[in-house]
Write a protein that binds this ligand. Structure first.
Ligand SMILES: [Zn+2]
Length: 372
């Protein structure tokens, strides 16, 4: 049986003293993060030395024994050091690629908002309807759905003054009955996506409303005096508005991806990782974050159900016709008109068909036996 990783999110309801303890744990984790960053910076500035994760992790025991660190769980401390390590690796990778590097930065206490327990049972455990957290105690949790599979890692997170826990779970895939239907999908600018059968999936109505609300909250927060209580409250409202949009978007993405996976055996999309190829792609990057999270949901659901999700080269999907003729268009040209074969249709509809054709071409190539 194939296995896959999925994440469950639950709300936590810590008591008042527990909130204090949780905030304290985050503050300690943040202090460790910044200290580890400082050490790496100093080593580099003074002696051009590069300190790695293991060198830092080896000091942990001593630091904790001396009582200089109150982050309760040892593995959680290691995880903090691993985050610093990751930040540096990403930094060096950017330098290597000659991109704008952005040296890893110190984190402010207000922005450091999660602790990860890398292995379930070590510092964290579910006990009936409570979550036992080392250094905090038994915290009330709302298990609105059962956790299916084996919990691997646990992350406790503060989001706009509320507390959540994320379980990363390993579970067996549940294949759906085979399905020979196939569908291409072109993510769009005006609508959310267009399918190769011509169906247009609109952006939900809440989208614009939520954006407007967000702007209002943003203005309110920025007008208030820095460091004031009123500002802090306005910022929290702003964070809630952000979280609300995130949730709405995630819900929408879950529904669309679930529907696609349930109804089609082969789903074709553009490989948006291949950047800088198609001219129209640049404009789509506006929505990058959104597409990435949608494609992730689609990918794991497809894997779970045993569906083929095929990512095709996105180059010029909007600049060619299904007959192969070149049909250059600007972004504002919404209609496809081919002078070779006479095809006349909505531009995104044609793109979705081309995406599907490319995917089917790929699978036929992959399945056909090698000549001689
Ligand atoms: Zn044509």
């Amino acid at each position: 049986m194939a296995e896959q990783r999925i994440t469950y999110k639950y709300r936590l309801y810590p008591s008042r003293p527990q909130v204090g303890l949780l905030n304290g744990q985050l503050a300690e984790a943040c202090r460790l993060y910044n200290a580890s960053l400082q050490e790496r910076r100093d080593a580099w500035c003074i002696s051009r030395e590069n300190i790695n994760y293991y060198a830092q992790a080896n000091q942990l025991k001593e630091i904790r024994a001396a009582g200089d660190l109150n982050l309760a769980n040892f593995s959680a401390c290691q995880d903090v050091l691993r985050r610093v390590d990751k930040a540096f690796k990403a930094f060096f990778a950017r330098v290597k690629r000659k991109q704008k590097a952005g040296y890893p930065r110190f984190k402010s206490y207000t922005r450091f908002d999660s602790i990860t327990f890398p292995s379930y049972g070590d510092g964290c455990k579910l006990i009936v309807s409570k979550l036992r957290l080392q250094g905090v105690g038994l915290v009330k949790i709302k298990l609105h759905r059962a956790v299916e599979g084996k919990i691997k890692t646990v992350t406790v997170k503060r989001e706009a003054g509320r507390w959540y826990v994320f379980f990363s779970v390993e579970c067996e895939t549940k294949p759906l009955p085979a399905n020979s239907e196939s569908m291409g999908l072109d993510v769009g600018l005006l609508s959310f996506a267009t399918l190769s059968d011509g169906t247009e999936i609109e952006n939900p109505r809440w989208y614009r409303e939520a954006q407007a609300k967000l702007r209002r909250a943003q203005r309110k927060a920025s007008r208030r005096k820095k460091g004031s209580n009123r500002r802090r409250k306005a910022v929290q409202l702003l964070q809630r508005a952000h979280a609300h949009i995130r949730n709405q978007r995630a819900d929408f993405h879950h529904k669309i991806s679930r529907w696609l996976v349930n109804n089609y055996g082969l789903i074709a999309v553009e490989d948006l990782n291949v950047k800088g190829l198609a001219s129209g792609m640049l404009a789509k990057s506006v929505n990058d974050v959104g597409w990435a999270s949608f494609f992730n949901k689609l990918a794991y659901k497809a894997e779970d159900a045993g569906r083929a999700l095929i990512k095709v080269n996105p180059s010029s999907t909007s600049q060619t016709c299904t007959c192969g003729a070149s049909t250059p268009k600007t972004l504002s040209q919404r209609w496809h008109q081919c002078s070779e074969c006479g095809l006349s249709a909505n531009r995104d509809h044609v793109s979705a068909q081309i995406i599907l054709n490319r995917a089917v071409g790929l699978t036929v190539l992959a399945l056909s036996p090698m000549a001689d």
